[in-house]
Design a protein around this ligand. Structure first.
Ligand SMILES: [Zn+2]
Length: 355
C-alpha cells in the first residue's frame, strides 16, 4: 500500500508547479466494441395498419405467436402512427422480410386459421433495427425507424458522457499514469523507446509492477506491456526476463490474501477453472496503465493474462485496443476487458509526438 518512490517524486514535482504549468485536463473515454460503435443496422419487415382498433390485442397475440421474432426482442409490435393526418392510428409489425422482399398479401404472410386477419389493412414494407441498441445514440437512431425498447447499460452511458469515474478515482488514475510517464522518461533517458506502464491492483490501489520498453536489437519484443506482465509474474515467484539492468522496472511481491498461497493465481469464477494454483492467469483482476496504446502482440498478451482494465494515454498507429483492432472486445476470444483512452493524454503525447 506504500506509495512507490516514482509516484512520490511526481507528487513532489506537482506541489512546486507554477499555475501556468497546470496540467491539461484529461478525460477517460471508453474504447467500445465494434458492435457498440456501429451505426444501427436495418432489416426489412412487413407491417400492416390496424383498421379496427378493438382487434389490436387479439391480433397482437395471434401474430406474435406465429412470428415471435426471437432475434428482435427489442422491437415493439405496435407503432402508433406519428402522423395524425394518416387514416390509421396504429400499425402492427407482422414479420421480417427476406432480402428480395416484394408486395405480399395478408394471406401470404399470416397462416390461417392461426391468425384471423380481420381488422388489418394491406401490408407494407418498413425498415426496422436488426439488433438491440447498445448505446443511447444507437437507441435514438433505432427508434426513429420503429419503436424500440432499450435496456440501458448505465456503465456505458456514463462512460460515454465522461462521467464513469469519481473525482477520487480520477486522482488515483492520474497518479498511476504519472508513474507510467515517469517510467517512459527513464526509458528515454537510456535511449530506449519512451513507453511506460504500471500494473495496479484496483482493490487495494497497490502498484504491482512498473516497467518501460526495454526492446533492443538483442531482445526486440520487450515492449512495456510484456515487461510489466513479466514483472507481475516475478512478484508471484515466476517471470522469465532478466530486467536487472533496468532499475526503473520494478515489482512488488504479491501479498497473500487469506487462504491463498503465494504463487497461486486468482481466478474468475466464470472461467470454471478449479485449479487454484495453476500458472497462467497472471493479471486477473488487475489494471494496466500505459502511456500509449499497445500493439497486437501486447494486446493478446493482456487477453492471455486476463487483465481487467487497460488505461492508455494516446492511440498508436498500429494499436490493437482501438486503432487497428479492438482485441479487448471480440466475442470470439474467451476473455474481454475494458479499455479507456485519454488518461493524461497531453503528457503521454509529449513522450512520443510522432504517434
Ligand atoms: Zn507491444
Amino acid at each position: 500500500m506504500d506509495p512507490a518512490p516514482g509516484l512520490m517524486e511526481q507528487r513532489g514535482d506537482e506541489k512546486t508547479r507554477s499555475p501556468e504549468q497546470e496540467p491539461e485536463p484529461w478525460q477517460a473515454l471508453p474504447v467500445l466494441s465494434e458492435q457498440q460503435s456501429k451505426d444501427v443496422e436495418l432489416v426489412l419487415a412487413y407491417a400492416a395498419p390496424i383498421l379496427d382498433k378493438r382487434q389490436t390485442s387479439r391480433l397482437l397475440q395471434e401474430v406474435s405467436a406465429v412470428h415471435p421474432l426471437p432475434a428482435q426482442p427489442h422491437l415493439k409490435r405496435v407503432r402508433p402512427s406519428r402522423d395524425a393526418s394518416r387514416p390509421h392510428a396504429l400499425e402492427l409489425l407482422l414479420c421480417l422480410a427476406g432480402p428480395a422482399a416484394g408486395a405480399r398479401s395478408l394471406a401470404e404472410l399470416l397462416p390461417q386459421p392461426a391468425v384471423d386477419p380481420r381488422g388489418l389493412g394491406q401490408p407494407f414494407l418498413v425498415p426496422v433495427p436488426a439488433r438491440p441498441p447498445l448505446t443511447r445514440g444507437q437507441f435514438e437512431e433505432a427508434r426513429a425507424h420503429w419503436p424500440t425498447s432499450f435496456h440501458e447499460d448505465r456503465q456505458v452511458t456514463r462512460a460515454l458522457a465522461g462521467r464513469l469515474f469519481s473525482a477520487q478515482e480520477q486522482t488515483a488514475m492520474q497518479g498511476h499514469m504519472e508513474r507510467a510517464v515517469w517510467a517512459a522518461q527513464q526509458a528515454a533517458a537510456r535511449g530506449l523507446r519512451a513507453v511506460g506502464a504500471v500494473v495496479v491492483d484496483p482493490s487495494s490501489g497497490r502498484v504491482l509492477a512498473t516497467g518501460h520498453d526495454c526492446s533492443n536489437t538483442a531482445s526486440p519484443l520487450l515492449h512495456a506491456t510484456m515487461v510489466c506482465i513479466d514483472l507481475v509474474a516475478q512478484g508471484q515467484g515466476r517471470g522469465a526476463y532478466d530486467l536487472g539492468p533496468y532499475p526503473a522496472c520494478s515489482f512488488a511481491p504479491a501479498v497473500t490474501p487469506l487462504g491463498v498461497r503465494v504463487g497461486s493465481v486468482r481466478k474468475l469464477v466464470e472461467d470454471g477453472d478449479v485449479h487454484a494454483d495453476s500458472l497462467p492467469y497472471v493479471c486477473t483482476g488487475y489494471d494496466l496503465y500505459i502511456t500509449r496504446e499497445p500493439c497486437a502482440m501486447c494486446a493478446m498478451a493482456l487477453v492471455h493474462s486476463r487483465v481487467q482494465r487497460v488505461f492508455y494515454g494516446v492511440p498508436s498507429p498500429d494499436g490493437a485496443l482501438g486503432t487497428r483492432f479492438r482485441i479487448h472486445a471480440r466475442p470470439d476470444l474467451n476473455h474481454r476487458f475494458l479499455v479507456f483512452r485519454g488518461v493524461l493524454e497531453a503528457q503521454c503525447r509529449q513522450l512520443d509526438p510522432g504517434s
